[in-house]
Design a binder for this molecule. Structure first.
Ligand SMILES: *[C@@H]1O[C@H](CO)[C@@H](O)[C@H](O)[C@H]1NC(C)=O
Length: 461
């Protein structure tokens, strides 16, 4: 994955996580935060409809589920079978592959087998650091556990928005695109995550006929759900300024002992390409999947679960802080937020305005995009949270969600509610009041104030 990352112009966020990022503690807001498992709202329990109000729209951002580490323990030849259907690594044909018993594979009689034998492949020896021998997983892909997590999100959404609120139709409509807008980043693990969420929301028994729902994606080069320094060089420059800043150097120094330990266990302590990062993207998936966190040939040299957790938290420092803190020489965090989150916030704002304009009470199927799902990455959720939420919300876990709901109060005024990790997210102080029933027009003006007016000019160096 390091190789891929180096050659990919786009900073793919999860891959970036390996370069070192760090959060402060999740603190008082989310004491039950678990980086391995996001918390979904649960009908009748943690989810409560807004009183005396009617739901007009909901948009959910979802981080993909649990994934395979971004690189390996050097020299590890254990057989790992975390991916109970490795379809995603080879088959992208329609209909999308889905884990767990679905019959919707392109061909149920063909299955993928990843081969990494040095006899058959002369590159195998040289590339041994970058693939898992004896595994049914490719580096970076969604695991079976990750598929199940995102399936569960779809199931929770069904319990709330179909069974409890009767907001979405019980059965998938003949033209599902009229009601469901589904989008992912152009990455397989978010695609399979979206497919699983959809399977949870409308399992086969609630689908009559052969209708297909679209999964919308933007070309990666102009993706707005991830940090995109290619489309927006200025954003890349602010980020790189933060990487080189004394604030970041101090952070690395503060965590140097743990970092060296992690690098030693991972076998990259003497590799200058990788030995200056906090290794969150390597150790967290290992922790979440209960894989060894010990050195391959020196099994007494181990990272504890607590240390793995800390490495992950500290790894997110870079991504979360460059959007929240101004440091000398790096550029304004307010501008970074504008360039990073603004283009996607425009989608959210336009969509809410579209719904408001089209909503004629109770006719959900005629309302503009009443249900939206964005299958994306940790940083996608975080950059939106950097605008709307209190700065110390925890880094989004696997299968974490941010949900925007639009409700119309009895008196006719519409309000927005924003949920993260299953509860109302603490609001950014600039919003001046809570996000449990926020006046929609004020909310829209606030997020629109982050939308670049002229992206080309604002992104220029
Ligand atoms: C990284 O590796 C280089 C080359 O082996 C070494 O000189 C350097 O001290 C290492 N850095 C850390 C932080 O371990």
């Amino acid at each position: 994955m390091h190789i891929l990352t180096a050659s990919l112009a786009i900073l793919s966020v999860d891959s970036l996580a390996q370069q070192g990022v760090a959060t402060q503690s999740s603190g008082d807001y989310y004491p039950d935060h678990n980086a391995c498992q996001g918390i979904s709202p649960i009908a009748h329990k943690t989810y409560r409809p807004l009183k005396h109000a009617r739901l007009q729209k909901m948009s959910i951002m979802m981080r993909h589920g649990d994934r395979v580490p971004v690189s390996l323990l050097q020299g590890d030849s254990t057989s790992y079978l975390l991916c109970n259907n490795p379809l995603e690594t080879t088959s992208v044909s329609s209909p999308p592959g889905v884990y767990h018993g679905s019959t919707s594979y392109a061909s149920p009689s063909m299955r993928n087998k990843i081969v990494a034998s040095p006899e058959e492949n002369l590159y195998a020896a040289a590339g041994a650091a970058y693939y898992w021998p004896n595994s049914n997983c490719e580096i970076d892909q969604l695991t079976g556990r990750g598929a199940a997590q995102t399936r569960a999100i779809g199931e929770r959404l069904r319990e709330i928005y179909v069974d409890l609120l009767h907001f979405l139709p019980h059965d998938l409509l003949k033209h599902p695109d009229d009601v469901l807008y589904l989008r992912n980043t152009n990455v397989l693990r978010t695609k399979i995550s979206a497919a699983n969420a959809f399977e949870g929301l409308y399992p086969e028994r609630f689908r009559k006929g052969k209708q297909a729902v679209s999964l919308v994606t933007f070309p990666q080069s102009i993706e707005t759900l991830t940090l995109n320094p290619v489309a927006c060089p200025k954003l890349g420059a602010i980020y790189q300024g933060f990487v080189r800043s004394p604030v970041h150097a101090a952070h690395i120094k503060e965590n140097a002992v743990l970092m060296v330990k992690a690098n030693t266990v991972l076998g990259v302590a003497l590799d200058p390409r990788y030995n200056t990062t906090l290794q969150g993207g390597q150790v967290l998936p290992r922790l979440c999947n209960k894989l060894s966190l010990c050195h391959v040939t020196n099994p007494k040299n181990c990272i504890s679960p607590q240390e793995a957790q800390t490495l992950m938290e500290k790894s997110t420092f870079l991504y979360s802080r460059f959007l929240r803190v101004d440091v000398p020489g790096a550029g304004s965090s307010e501008i970074a937020k504008r360039l990073a989150a603004g283009p996607f916030l425009k989608n959210i704002a336009d969509s809410i305005r579209g719904t408001l304009a089209s909503d004629k009470k109770n006719g959900h199927h005629k309302v503009y995009r009443p249900f939206e799902l964005y299958s994306a990455h940790d940083q996608s959720l975080d950059q939106v949270l950097s605008v709307v939420a209190e700065p110390n919300t925890p880094w989004p876990a696997y299968a974490s969600t941010v949900i925007f709901e639009l409700w119309q109060k009895k008196k006719g005024k519409s309000v927005v509610r924003v949920l993260h990790e299953g509860r109302v997210v603490p609001a950014n102080k600039n919003l001046k009041c809570a996000l449990d029933a926020y006046p929609v027009e004020v909310f829209l003006q606030f997020i629109e104030s982050y939308v670049p007016k002229n992206t080309v000019a604002e992104c220029a160096l």
